[in-house]
Ligand binder design. Structure first.
Ligand code: PLP
Length: 299
């Protein structure tokens, strides 16, 4: 029996290898779409509702009318999970993608005339050993020349498929063997290409305001867990000067949840990595998701 997972594409559930889309889709031609990545830990979707809420907020901003409601997309996703269930290991972690584009382009290239929208839902495995290593050792970030596109040009809270801004940032960081940390156009710390960024100063978490970054679901869960753990959080702009005075740094994103950062462009946190506050949050996420990456650490 083939182990290929099932995916959903425009009304049909097919094996991944059978999914095909026209090159005239506006997602391919213009990056004209929005997306979500929801983690699936041990065969259970984590915070699907939060992710679909954000998907529908993105739709309203980019004016895509999917033609079906959020509950219907949730049902399609749960039906697909049922089909994939026998192919997923009991202990496993997957990224579940919801990709939506404006659909087929027309000769006039007018966005309004395109469509109907394309909806693609799929499961992708996560490289757990590599993730486990990053969580144990922390990652190295570099401040990159490319600045985060300001919300006046393209709203940062919308999760759009046009990622070239962040891909350039990541290529710049990769040239110095790092992941990216982008600044906004004013020089404040913004975020990584696929993760939000936090610093810890004297036990208090600082993260940039949502108006300037993607409003991450994991970022939101950090706020919830911090309130439970009695850790204060401040949403505020901060500079590299503030960062240099910090005790801990970490990234947040769906799937890996909290990733310690061991260095930002030569600046090291004053605490050991992971620091005490980061460790508490990492442990709280293991309780939340039921998945512990540490089990996958190879020597
Ligand atoms: N920031 C950006 C630019 C992202 O693309 C992502 C996720 O893809 C995040 C932050 C983290 O968001 P979440 O916690 O919802 O995965």
């Amino acid at each position: 029996m083939s182990q290929e997972l099932y995916c959903y594409l425009n009304g049909k559930i097919v094996r991944e290898g059978e999914a095909a889309l026209s090159p005239f889709d506006r997602g391919f031609l213009w990056g004209d779409g929005v997306y979500e990545i929801t983690p699936c830990f041990n065969r259970r979707l984590y915070r699907l509702k939060d992710h679909l809420d954000r998907l529908y907020r993105s739709f309203r901003y980019v004016r895509i009318d999917l033609g079906i409601g959020q509950e219907e997309v949730e049902k399609l996703t749960l039906d697909l999970l049922q089909m994939n269930l026998p192919l997923l290991a009991e202990e496993s972690v997957y990224r579940v993608g919801h990709w939506v584009t404006r659909g087929m382009d027309t000769p006039s290239m007018v966005a309004r005339a395109a469509g109907p929208p394309t909806l693609f839902i799929f499961w992708r495995p996560v490289a757990v050993e590599a993730a486990a290593r990053s969580l144990a050792e922390g990652v190295k970030l570099a401040i990159v020349p490319t600045r985060r596109v300001p919300p006046q040009c393209l709203e940062t809270r919308a999760k759009v498929t046009s990622k070239l801004n962040q891909i350039l940032a990541e290529l710049e960081a990769d040239a110095v063997d790092s992941l990216s940390l982008m600044l906004d156009i004013h020089g404040n710390v913004s975020e990584n290409s696929i993760a939000n960024f936090f610093i810890v100063k004297k036990g208090v978490l600082w993260t940039p305001p949502a108006q300037n970054v993607l409003e991450g679901i994991t970022r939101k869960v950090v706020f919830e867990l911090s309130s439970r753990l009695r850790i204060s959080v401040e949403e505020q702009h901060f500079s590299l000067y503030d960062l240099a005075q910090s005790d801990e740094f970490f990234l947040t994103s769906s799937v890996t949840c909290v990733t310690p950062v061991r260095e930002v462009h030569g600046i090291r946190p004053s605490s050991p990595v992971p620091g005490p506050v980061t460790k508490r949050l990492m442990a709280a996420f293991v309780d939340e998701t039921g998945f512990d990456f540490r089990k996958y650490l190879s020597d």
